[in-house]
Design a protein around this ligand. Structure first.
Ligand code: EPU
Length: 336
């Protein structure tokens, strides 16, 4: 059912109050294809959970809300199960479903907000695991041909918070289903990420199960990341910048405490949260917008902040970090 002038406050996790001229929820590939033929939805913006979208101005185009549901095991062998998931399934619901079915591989990705269809676009990741580690393939509607196509892991060209869907296929396709290869038994759990290991130790958990790892991740996220249902936010607002080792060495002379993580050869990743905290923005608030006091990378709407105010604040952060460190922060969030 196509609706006119729909308020999007509850459809974006920043809780920005803008109206869409046209709005439709789709629950199948067939209805998705027929909506894409409708001139009101020609350049429609597609919303999953709305957890990575910041509306600055009211959208001038239609909004398609993805509601394709369903999780099923479509193939299995002794070790693994291939799981087909609708793009509209809530990501954390899928993580809980996998745990209930004793399937591991995505326990580190517990509590990531958003829907399954958006997961490949930015190759969601947390605590040492990325979607690409379990990804098998996805199916999408090509917006030019209105045909269905499938891509495997290689074709998706996954990188750090990156994929072909943010580059060559940006806004050209709508993902409808995702297939993941999950492990039935004997999966080697990834507990190496510092905070997980020490939390499991403190719980006396010597041989953790996938459930334990998920419990640890949920605990860590709940302690430092605000729940978008309670406080408008989109998780990390910026990507962690990748700089050359040469530049890092020069910066270390002036900022000897600057942390870094390995990236591709000759490069390293700097935690944006550290840069923002050093720039004095952790917990800093201007009116109803600001950077969270528990995690400097999370831009927060405390109530009636507008998209313009949120973006203006993020630009102040970018400018200060650039002035101080010569590093440009790139938003992870889609700014419309
Ligand atoms: N730090 C600070 N101040 C803070 C918070 C963190 O200085 O207020 C520094 C610390 O040095 C800390 C480091 O930043 O060790 C890294 O922090 P954290 O472990 O919280 O991870 P992150 O790099 O900020 C990334 C992802 C998160 C993901 C976590 C855990 C990006 C942009 N973000 O954050 O993903 O949950 O790692 O793996 O890569 C998201 O994308 O929305 C998201 C939440």
């Amino acid at each position: 059912m196509i609706q006119k002038d729909v308020l999007l406050t509850s459809f974006n996790s920043f809780g920005v109050a803008v109206k869409a001229p046209w709005f439709v929820a789709v629950d199948s590939e067939k209805s998705l294809i027929s909506i894409l033929k409708d001139s009101r939805f020609e350049n429609a913006w597609v919303l999953g959970g709305g957890t990575n979208t910041l509306f600055v101005d009211p959208p001038k185009r239609g909004i398609i809300k993805m509601n394709i549901s369903g999780i099923e095991i479509v193939e299995e062998d002794a070790q693994t199960a291939l799981v087909k998931v609708g793009a509209g399934v809530d990501w954390h619901h899928l993580v809980l479903w996998a745990l209930e079915h004793n399937l591991s591989g995505i326990e580190n990705l517990a509590l990531i907000p958003g829907q399954v269809g958006a997961a490949p676009i930015q190759n969601i990741g947390a605590y040492g695991v990325e979607l690409k580690d379990v990804f098998h393939s996805c199916r999408f509607v090509n917006r030019d041909s209105l045909e269905l196509e499938s891509y495997d892991t290689d074709q998706c060209q996954f990188g750090y918070r990156d994929s072909v869907f943010k580059n060559a296929l940006k806004n050209k396709v709508v993902i409808s289903y995702v297939w993941l290869r999950l492990v039935k038994n004997g999966h080697s759990l990834k507990t190496g990420y510092g905070a997980i290991e020490s939390l499991l130790d403190s719980w006396g958990c010597k041989n953790p199960s996938a459930h334990d790892v998920a419990r640890a991740v949920i605990h860590i996220r709940q302690t430092k990341l605000p729940d978008p249902k309670e406080l408008g936010n989109a998780g990390s607002f910026f990507k962690n910048p990748i700089i050359s080792i040469d530049m890092y060495k020069k910066l270390l002379d002036v900022h000897p405490d600057m942390p870094s993580y390995p990236a591709s050869e000759g490069f390293c990743k700097i935690p944006a949260a550290w840069l923002i905290e050093q720039a004095g923005f952790k917990g800093k608030r201007l009116g109803d917008v600001g950077m969270h006091d528990q995690h400097a990378l999370v831009l927060v709407n405390y109530g009636s902040g507008t998209g313009k105010e949120l973006v203006a604040f993020s630009q102040k952060v970018q400018k200060k970090v650039l002035d101080l460190f010569g590093i440009h922060l790139t938003p992870e969030v889609n700014i419309l």
